[in-house]
Design a binder for this molecule. Structure first.
Ligand code: ADP
Ligand code: MG
Length: 399
């Protein structure tokens, strides 16, 4: 749990909590509320201690201006249901509405501010511009608690700059996530296997560099696998491909061989002639990974690969998994992800799922959260930690 003792007695104080409430929405319906649920314990602990809790968070990627579809209003409502108490909502982040809502809070009450990314100062690369916005945020509170693990790798006003302006503490969620990350990096019980997938290929290639010195096995599926297959000289048709990363992938394969790290790539792939879309029924086909037809794209690892991946995880004592093995949102391309998720539930040791979509995938496929050692709320943050990078939102709390 979080340690808020550095803040003194919070009763009656306005405490600004940076949470990660960035949930997937279908219109105004939350399709996976995992991040809201993960944010509840810190908010509840502060409210129970008598604080006036002001939650600041973002949703999606608005471009520094209000957009209805990115409003946090439905998320604030869900937070209220989960907390079992009324949650006030400010229709702006640092303006008249925010000031009025914060002024109206009694001890133990909770408010959510509108999407912090509706303000250009939040994500500005200009320190001064971020600073001006952070001053406005800081004016709303007496103390700051950093609890949005999904954003601690970002040097943003509500994550970084505001911590320099208020007495601050690490929230319980961030503390728990960091403990798990430490277990993955400091002395992982071996064999240590890492499974990587998903679609943000170049984002995720960086972590491989560091993992080649740490993990015993690296299993690669999802969209990034095609850049590896191509690097090995195979044609990948219309699959997701990052041409400018081919040399890097080749170098990784060579280094893995030298350092004795097993890289496990799929031997078969589920393909279709088009990316799944609403107006077309999927026509999945399984082909060898080395024979992807020119008019097809790979959308999942095949059944042989699913079994091989599960076998490569069976005796591991530490497993970190980030990124779905295929387009799991469509049932025809979800089996690879299911096979890996199932294998993680059977790990004798520590199993960690990281990444927004990966976490949503295991829940959507019907797995119990308790079947995994830990489901991280932060994809990018956990990857950057594993890359060995310093996370600005953590560093600033230690200064
Ligand atoms: P996470 O949020 O867990 O870090 P990413 O955001 O990197 O994961 O990727 C998730 C997305 O990757 C999913 O929406 C899934 O449909 C997509 N994906 C997985 N495999 C493929 C593939 N072969 N081609 C295209 N997209 C893929
Ligand atoms: Mg994602």
């Amino acid at each position: 749990m979080g340690d808020y003792s550095t803040l003194g007695d919070v009763a009656g104080k306005r405490v600004l909590v940076r949470s990660d409430l960035n949930v997937p929405l279908d219109g105004t319906r939350i399709t996976d509320d995992g991040r809201v649920r993960a944010s509840v314990p810190t908010i509840r602990a502060l409210a129970e201690a008598g604080a006036r809790v002001v939650v600041v968070a973002h949703l999606g990627r608005p471009k520094g201006a209000p957009e209805d579809r990115y409003s946090l209003r439905p998320v604030a409502a869900r937070l209220g249901e989960l907390l079992g108490q009324e949650v006030a909502f400010a229709t702006d982040t640092v303006g008249d509405s925010a000031r009025a809502v914060v002024d109206g809070l009694g001890d133990g009450q909770v408010a959510v501010l509108e999407n912090v990314r509706f303000n250009p100062g939040e994500t500005s690369k200009d320190d001064a511009e971020r600073g001006v916005f952070a001053d406005q945020l800081a004016a709303l509170a007496d103390a700051f608690v950093s609890d949005g693990f999904g954003v601690v790798h970002r040097k943003q006003a509500s994550v970084y700059d505001v911590a320099q302006r208020l007495p601050h503490a690490m929230g319980g969620l961030v503390a728990t996530e960091l403990e798990v990350m430490k277990r993955l990096t400091e002395a992982p019980e071996r064999p240590y296997a890492v499974v990587l997938g998903g679609s943000k290929v170049s984002d995720k290639l960086g972590v491989i560099d560091n993992l080649l010195g740490k993990a015993d096995r690296l299993l690669i599926g999802g969209g990034m696998v095609f850049t590896f297959l191509k690097a090995q000289g195979h044609e990948v048709g219309k699959s997701l491909l990052e041409d400018d990363q081919l040399d890097i992938c080749r170098a990784y394969l060579a280094r893995a061989e030298e350092s004795g790290v097993d890289i496990v790539l799929p031997t078969d792939v589920v393909v279709d002639t088009a990316f799944p879309s609403g107006d077309r029924t999927p026509e999945p086909r399984v082909v060898p990974a080395t024979e992807i037809p020119a008019d097809c794209l790979g959308l999942d690892i095949g059944p042989d690969s699913g079994a091989a991946f599960a076998a490569a995880l069976a005796d591991a004592h530490t497993v970190f998994w980030n990124g779905p093995m295929g387009v799991f949102e469509v049932a025809a391309f979800a089996e690879g992800t299911r096979a890996v998720a199932q294998a993680l539930t059977e790990v004798d040791g520590l199993s960690v799922v990281g990444g927004g979509d990966s976490a949503a995938a295991v829940r959507a496929l019907g797995f119990e959260e308790s079947a995994f050692g830990h489901i991280s709320t932060g994809g990018g943050a956990s990857l950057e930690y594993l890359e060995g990078k310093q996370l600005p939102g953590i560093k600033v709390l230690e200064d």
